[in-house]
Design a protein around this ligand. Sequence first.
Ligand SMILES: *[C@@H]1O[C@H](CO)[C@@H](O)[C@H](O)[C@H]1NC(C)=O
Ligand SMILES: *[C@@H]1O[C@H](CO)[C@@H](O)[C@H](O)[C@H]1NC(C)=O
Ligand SMILES: *[C@@H]1O[C@H](CO)[C@@H](O)[C@H](O)[C@H]1NC(C)=O
Ligand SMILES: *[C@@H]1O[C@H](CO)[C@@H](O)[C@H](O)[C@H]1NC(C)=O
Ligand SMILES: *[C@@H]1O[C@H](CO)[C@@H](O)[C@H](O)[C@H]1NC(C)=O
Length: 422
Amino acid sequence: MFLPWHCLLLVLWLVSFIEAKNTNLEEVFHWKQVDFSYPDEETRNKAIESKEFIQENNLPLGLEVWKDKLFVTVPRWKSGVPATLNYVSLKDDDKSPKLVPYPDWKSNALPEDKLEDCDNTENGTHIISVFRVRADACDRLWVMDTGLSDVVGESKEYATPRILIYDLHNDSLIHSYTLKPSDLKEDSFFANIIVDVESDSCDDAYAYVPDLGGYGIVVYSLKDNESWRVKHHYFYLDPKSGNYTVGGVNFHWTDGVFSLALTPPQEDGFKTAYFHALSSTDEFTVSTRILRNKTLATDPHNFEEFKFLGNRGPNSQATASFLDEPSGVVFYTQINKNGVGCWNSKSKEYTPETQHLVTDDDETFVFPNDLKVDRDGNLWVLTDRLPVFIYRELDVKKVNFYIFKGAVKDLIKGTVCEIHEH
Ligand SMILES: *[C@@H]1O[C@H](CO)[C@@H](O)[C@H](O)[C@H]1NC(C)=O
Ligand SMILES: *[C@@H]1O[C@H](CO)[C@@H](O)[C@H](O)[C@H]1NC(C)=O
Ligand SMILES: *[C@@H]1O[C@H](CO)[C@@H](O)[C@H](O)[C@H]1NC(C)=O
Ligand SMILES: *[C@@H]1O[C@H](CO)[C@@H](O)[C@H](O)[C@H]1NC(C)=O
Ligand SMILES: *[C@@H]1O[C@H](CO)[C@@H](O)[C@H](O)[C@H]1NC(C)=O
């Protein structure tokens, strides 16, 4: 059969479009199931035998990039998670590398009993269960440990929620802080940590820890070694936005305030925090001038310092968000759209029209769970199938977890998220 050249070219051109779907984001790693870098096969077999390691119960959730380390958290949702805080090397050629416990195996082992507050046992501090971490401008890793294991099973509390801070240059624990009883509510759940610090004043650091179950934000000041709880109506869910259908599973979540994205310091020296609840499509703002000052943050007269910014439109519920300082773009996950959205903070308006879906894919972006922009201007995204994992069962023959990367400038080029100031 004779196929004219121009027809063939047309076909090739169309094929290039189909493949182009995720070209802006490069797949860096993928796993059907994750494995861990046990010292030897015998130790691994023993861990499997004793049910310390139940492979199908391990779901990667949070990520962070620091130099050539890519941190991957594996929360203890179920039993059989051998290490909750891990990394893989970006120098690794393996597309499905084994997770390496951070800072070591010992710290990731479950203790025999509940830990006393601020207790460092003979084996150092145990890290119980981590959802998200943050590497700050001063090369420290901030770890939010929920202290809770086997959340969907028997649920055991090993420690009061606490913040652990590691020095990334020598991997040692430099500080730990257990949240105070007044920081906690009965339904508190701390799945995220946002760090506010500049590299020229490392001691003057603050952590903002959203409480998605108790509808508050716990602020921690490293300098003062003190924490306080901030309340606001805007931290609650929108009851009409709790309906999700992800990976064929329909479910209802009541999650409140989930993430804050910080601008660079503004004229007054403070940052603007863009924040949202997970079960909501609204975005709000508050200055860190309020959050960082215990008196201002806890004074109900300051209600109006928290402002409604706008709405992203139907089905735009987001977990993690992150502001890329050079471009001013806020990236956020789009769990009901299987993708990643963006909005430029230089934009005058926050409406569905000023948002852009930078990528979406029904197979590889089923549940985009965490994202960060590294110091070289790359967006990193971890995707998994969390609702299938929690409510059904993962198909271990399929790829279930992905890590993608893309240059911010390419992702926003020619979209509503690209704004140049004159
Ligand atoms: C310390 O680690 C050893 C070996 O892993 C273990 O036998 C011991 O029970 C641990 N001690 C505590 C207090 O957790
Ligand atoms: C690691 O560095 C910190 C400074 O950030 C220092 O205080 C600590 O002693 C160092 N630890 C080790 C084991 O070298
Ligand atoms: C920080 O505060 C806690 C009490 O909230 C205390 O137990 C701990 O020792 C303090 N750490 C430092 C380094 O002062
Ligand atoms: C929830 O979403 C599903 C489909 O996504 C829809 O069929 C159902 O009617 C929705 N329920 C409510 C209460 O909106
Ligand atoms: C907090 O704000 C109050 C009221 O504006 C001010 O008097 C106080 O100095 C501030 N505290 C700090 C630590 O900046």
